[in-house]
Design a protein around this ligand. Structure first.
Ligand code: ZN
Length: 81
């Protein structure tokens, strides 16, 4: 049986134009700093880490422990639970 990860679904919005960017499964509590690609439940962007409405970049792709993740640029997004 697969171990169930504790967490909750959050919605990530563009801080500038308030467009919904990702619906994301966040493990644990605390501030959002990075997104694991396999936990993005729904991606509303074009996959280029930019807001699909205003074009502002909100994340950077970085490699951590052999996995590509989206590191959130602080201040560019806000989160709703
Ligand atoms: Zn935007």
């Amino acid at each position: 049986m697969k171990k169930k990860i504790k967490g909750h679904v959050i919605e990530i919005y563009c801080a500038d134009c308030r467009k919904l960017l990702y619906r994301y499964f966040k493990a644990g509590s605390g501030y959002l700093v990075k997104c694991y690609k396999d936990r993005i439940l729904r991606n509303y962007t074009n996959g280029d880490l930019k807001c699909h409405k205003c074009g502002k970049q909100f994340a950077r792709e970085v490699m951590i422990h052999g996995k590509l993740i989206h590191k959130i640029i602080q201040g560019k997004v806000f989160v709703k639970k």
